[in-house]
Design a protein around this ligand. Structure first.
Ligand code: SAJ
Length: 418
């Protein structure tokens, strides 16, 4: 029997598209990878990769060498099309231009029986708009819409939910949500994901699938906001928030997360805005949570400013502990710790002794400033400092002599010394 998918075209060869293309190719299906950047295409065709992800280099080299994966700048005819392009959020709006550009590029290559799947994180209704875009370009083909019994092109939404650093494992092991435009679209999409996915394939409609991805990250954002709000309440009332949360979590149905200097990374700090944009009147808690978390770095900055104001005897030295967006990673993207350190450096009224075990040099915003120094040894930074600002609870920070903090003003946003 002929396999239903002989060739698959993956549009967008970034953090999701490239590993997906490589994994499908490794499962014996011919993959055409598409990226608008010629440099990315060239690199992949040489069997190399342009992103950091464990083991992806070896898999890519193997499938490119076997001819199972070939990269190009424009889509080509295939049995299935997977779209994994970025959907940035700016000026309070989701930017869907990359999705629609991909749809415009795919449309001329479509043949009856093809399936198109969108994976990019998207506001509810995007898949329906994608269908309209392609239908406008191809009036000769029947696309799925309400009441249609027969279609030529099947369309579905299937969000990516893999954790960077574990992408190759999670692509295969994780359950997937499949939101077809019709039941038959879902069935076809499920057959496509069965090629490489060992997890459960959970079928629903496209809007539910779109909202599901956004909901998962909003759920976490709202829960972190609750913890961050508690930290403000406790500061006002003179209560230790870490002890409060520890005690409250002994209740069998209470599981409060941890406060911090704010919420960073590329997903949790962004995705809830897609829901707020789609339903501004209804998504009041989700919006407020975003505002609480976004405001936390400024609250921390005010605490440091007060400590600087209270310091006697010249410019104080501040040990800034951690810059990454969460503990034990080297990722500085959208990091509240880096944001706070950069705002502090701008003030120029203190000397910053920065510790970040996962970077070799100071990042942009902190480099080239005479009053900012990167120290390899966090204990040395603390020993020299008047004020100690704990921003990221990296594993190494828990190991230091207990009396090192004696006589210092301590601002501990992570509860390391609580
Ligand atoms: N944070 C806190 N307090 C906590 C937990 C986290 O302040 O109790 C902060 C972290 O320090 C960090 C931010 O929240 O700044 C986000 O970190 P995270 O570990 O919660 O999440 P991410 O961004 O690394 O990954 C999330 C995950 N989503 C969920 O847990 C619902 C991951 O599974 C997704 O694959 C990923 O987003 C994604 O790509 O969407």
């Amino acid at each position: 029997m002929q396999r239903p998918f002989q060739s698959i075209c993956v549009v967008g060869l970034g953090y999701i598209g490239l590993p997906t293309a490589a994994v499908i190719a490794a499962n014996g299906v011919k993959v055409i990878g598409v990226d608008v950047q010629q440099s990315v295409v060239d690199k992949i065709n040489q069997g190399e990769i342009h992103i950091i992800e464990p083991d992806l280099d070896a898999v890519t080299a193997r499938v490119v060498q076997r001819g199972a994966l070939h990269a190009v700048t424009q889509p080509r005819e295939a049995d299935a099309f997977l779209i994994a392009v970025p959907t940035p959020f700016h000026d309070n709006k989701a930017d869907l231009s990359y999705v629609f550009t991909a749809a415009d590029a795919v449309a001329p290559k479509l043949r009856p029986g093809n399936i198109v799947v969108l994976e990019s994180t998207s506001p509810p209704g995007t898949t329906e708009m994608l269908i309209e875009k392609m239908a406008a370009k191809r009036p000769d083909l029947r696309f799925p819409k309400k009441g249609a019994t027969e279609v030529d092109i099947f369309v579905a939404y299937c969000p990516e939910r893999v954790l960077p650093g574990r992408v190759l494992t999670e692509l295969v092991e994780n359950d997937r949500i499949i939101g077809g435009a019709t039941t038959e679209c879902s069935e076809r999409a499920a057959a496509l994901y069965r090629i490489f996915c060992k997890g459960e394939l959970l079928v629903t409609d496209s809007r539910t699938a779109e909202l599901c991805k956004l909901t998962e990250n909003s759920f976490r954002d709202v829960n972190i906001a609750f913890a961050n709000e508690l930290s403000l309440v406790c500061d006002k009332l003179g209560v230790n928030v870490w002890e409060l949360i520890r005690l409250s979590n002994h209740h069998p149905r209470v599981k409060i997360l941890q406060p911090g200097p704010g919420v960073g990374g590329h997903c949790i700090a962004v995705d809830p805005w897609f829901i707020v944009e789609a339903a501004p009147q209804q998504a009041r808690l989700i919006r407020t949570a975003r505002e609480i978390n976004d405001n936390k770095p400024h609250w921390v900055l005010d605490k440091v400013k007060a400590a600087i104001g209270g310091h006697r005897g010249g410019r104080p030295r501040i040990a800034v502990l951690g810059l990454s967006f969460k503990p034990d990673v080297d990722d500085l993207r959208e990091s509240p710790a880096l944001h706070i350190a950069t705002m502090l450096a701008e003030l120029e009224n203190s000397k910053l002794l920065v510790s970040e075990p996962h970077v070799a040099a100071l990042p942009k915003g902190l480099d080239g400033r005479s009053h900012v120094t990167l120290l390899e040894d966090h204990a040395a930074a603390i020993a020299e400092a008047d004020i100690v600002l704990m921003l990221v609870n990296h594993r190494q920070y828990y190991e230091m002599p207990a009396d090192l903090l004696n006589g210092k003003v301590v601002i501990d946003t992570r509860g390391v010394w609580a």
